[in-house]
Design a protein around this ligand. Sequence first.
Ligand SMILES: *Cc1c(COP(=O)(O)O)cnc(C)c1O
Length: 409
Amino acid sequence: MMYDDVFRRAVEQLHAEKRYRVFADLERRAGDFPRATWHAPEGPREVVVWCSNDYLGMGQHPDVLAALTETANRVGAGAGGTRNIAGTNHPLVLLENELADLHGKEAGLVFSSGYVSNEASISTIARLLPDCLILSDALNHASMIAGMRGAGCARKVFRHNDLSDLERLLKEAGRERAKLVAFESVYSMDGDVAPIGAICDLAEEYGAMTYLDEVHAVGMYGPRGAGIAERDGVMHRLDVIEGTLAKAFGVIGGYVAASRPIIDAIRSYAPGFIFTTAMPPAIAAAARASVAHLKASQSERERHQRQTMQTKLALAARGLPVMPSETHIVPVLVGCPEKAKAATDLLLAEHGVYIQPINYPTVPRGTERLRISPSPFHDDALIRELAQALDAVWAKLDLPRRVEVQAAE
Ligand SMILES: *Cc1c(COP(=O)(O)O)cnc(C)c1O
């Protein structure tokens, strides 16, 4: 067997479908966010990044960098092993306490990433519940789906944010059966928000456990940045809240917050937690500094919302097809993978604007888009330049100006 040929053909398939992914060679610059150096084939150039998930620019915050470097110099670079072997470095204990407090839960548990936290927690919870039925929102993230597959139990998908479809499935399962309702607060490709309180009402009525992914909301919503559930005053009603330290908190790592028995069970049974080296202490300290800062400070959240609104208005004023979004995500529809790629190539080469196209399978075919994420550091002048650049590219490529989504997937 010519093994290499198999892999070559698999990649050719992606080229044929125009969704082969290319990663730009970028270098972020601390203190100069959202500007970065693009290591272009012709040499380095300055660009403005418009699609970062470092939503608030906390990755360059002086408190975060100070905690990182001070702890690394004091404690060293690595954790020295799994927690079973090396124990828990004290900065990680403090981080988990900070996260439990953030979400008003008894305990928190940190993982290598948000992906791992979903995969490990959902699979472990659902495996421990006898004859568990998972009820999953149709647009749940790949990491949640990986956890459901790993659980090996029954799973039913309810239509995205559709309460009556969820109720139908809950009713069908009956009150007695163990049920886990798994969903997100902010869905990051469309920027829409789940009716968390109403989902909790149903879960209560039918005796289901709730698992909420707040990855795209922690740091950004609620009076202390605990997410949409905090903003809506329903945080205490959720059994498990999952988040990342890598997006608005600007560092790396994932976590769950829940009651002590739930956390103790995940800690004790999840292979994705047990058999991997713990988060480095300097990273834990940096993440804790970021969480602590955003608990107390409103200015980042306020300016973030303002600059997002300014961006939506500026693009709409130029007749660009901004898709409706209730949150900080500004999706602009292209509707074709080839054109989305051509548009982003032009933006980078001619305008120094870096935006990555979003293609299938991240979004349904026919809804390929540019996903723009303004931060508090994208000032009004940058927003004007972005609107001009997009307008020019839309004209040059003759792209559609109306939001007409035909995809049905
Ligand atoms: C990014 C993301 C994750 C994974 O978080 P990481 O920390 O990047 O691994 C989980 N859930 C959702 C909804 C995400 O968008």
